[in-house]
Design a binder for this molecule. Sequence first.
Ligand code: NAP
Length: 367
Amino acid sequence: MTELTAEDRRWLDAAVRYASPFVGTTADEPAVAALLVDPRSQTLVSRAVTAKGGRPHAESQAIAVAGFEAAGCTLYLTLEPCHHWGRTPPCVDAIIRAGIMRVVIGAANLDPQAAGSIGHLESAGVETVLANHAPSLALHAGHTLRHTTARPFVTAVLVASADGMLGRSGAGRAPIAGQPSSNWIDLQRTRADAILVGAATARSDDPALTVALPGLALRTPLRVVLAGAGGIDRKVNLVGRFSGYRTAVIAETGVAVDAPVSVETIRVAGSQGRPDLEAALTALGRKGIQNLLVEPGQRLVAGLLEADLVDRFALILSPLSVGEGGVPASPDGPIADLLGAAGLAETGRQRLGDDTLVLYERPSRPN
Ligand SMILES: NC(=O)c1ccc[n+]([C@@H]2O[C@H](COP(=O)([O-])OP(=O)(O)OC[C@H]3O[C@@H](n4cnc5c(N)ncnc54)[C@H](OP(=O)(O)O)[C@@H]3O)[C@@H](O)[C@H]2O)c1
């Protein structure tokens, strides 16, 4: 393996920027970008990203577009290429056949079926660099977690009022988020493979969990309700109302679920009628969910943080107050303290209209 150059780093940065809008469109496959570059002129010959639904892979598309011009090129990949016959032929073979001279890889692919790709390329005389490039590692964190811990990458988003509340008891969703915040949450929904809410929120707010941004309704991912001891039934819109979007319910083995056949019921182990949270997330990982967005109420936030199952937390602070009858975001003091105790550190903040978005992440994300 050779060293990474400044040009290599710039092309990998460009590859991540190119792939990023496609996160959430590639089903159970990672959204990989492939850039074929002429190393003498440092010009782009072709580029591709994993196609909608996960196939064809980025590498084979970029090579097909480049044709004979691929020979002698450097291939920049955000993720190590596949090495096995799955639903597509091995990309490693296509790279070797195309006469590509050098491959620069942003992140190692921890899917056991990709193991050995780098050795295979090198034994065929293709110079290969594994960059451990931070933006590539972040881009593929969901894919990596699914193959290391069996669960998806979990982002939780919560809107808190100026008086520290997340809603008002028995009054449905409190209108504390401004429109720019709602748009931002919708954008996160488009990037997720599934959205999870607790049954209490499904009942009290009766949310549709769709994407309201113009032109992006079809980017609504799988909507998942986590049932508790009281089970769930079709009176809840998410479960009973036909919307054209996929819905699943996760419930403990013995709990009553009354849902139409179009709603998938996933049974997992738990206690006292509540699914074990890790088992619930593992069940989603098994379904190919790489990135999960959780929109939790007070109890689900506490449960996920206590079980150490949140990788990224988006706290949206509203200047509005809920006042009397408010449900605190955390009954144990300020929510920021709860996040700190769970090992999440602030990594950035930005304005969303009159609201402020504060992002918290794990200091050392798995790679
Ligand atoms: N501001 C925001 O961003 C935001 C977002 C979502 C919701 N909310 C508000 O939050 C309030 C609801 O909060 P909540 O605390 O009652 O409910 P919640 O946090 O939405 O979820 C708890 C629900 O999940 C079920 N559950 C199943 N397994 C669980 C487990 N292992 N750990 C934790 N919960 C499990 C619970 O079952 P059991 O019934 O058996 O306990 C309960 O029905 C509503 O007022 C809603 O408007 C606000």
